[in-house]
Write a protein that binds this ligand. Structure first.
Ligand code: SF4
Length: 71
């Protein structure tokens, strides 16, 4: 089990995560990426628990502003 966390507020909407891992990421109406099916926390972060990290590992490394964390 893994948890993906995105600091949505600080996303710059570059689209890298969407290109690398479109199964999990898409650009939302606010121009920033969202994690499909994620829960929005009180601080604005998006969180999603998944069985397999899969392509999300690449997104954590590639995000230019490091707003994606995998625990
Ligand atoms: S790679 Fe990072 S900054 Fe770029 S859209 Fe995804 S979460 Fe936002």
């Amino acid at each position: 089990m893994a948890k993906i966390i995105q600091n949505h507020k600080d996303c710059i909407g570059c689209g890298t995560c969407v290109i690398l891992c479109p199964k999990f990421w898409e650009i939302s109406d606010d121009g920033k990426a969202i994690l499909k099916g994620a829960v929005k926390k009180e601080n604005g972060d998006l969180e999603l628990e998944i069985d397999e990290i899969g392509c999300n590992k690449d997104t954590e490394d590639a995000c230019p502003v490091k707003v994606i964390k995998i625990e």
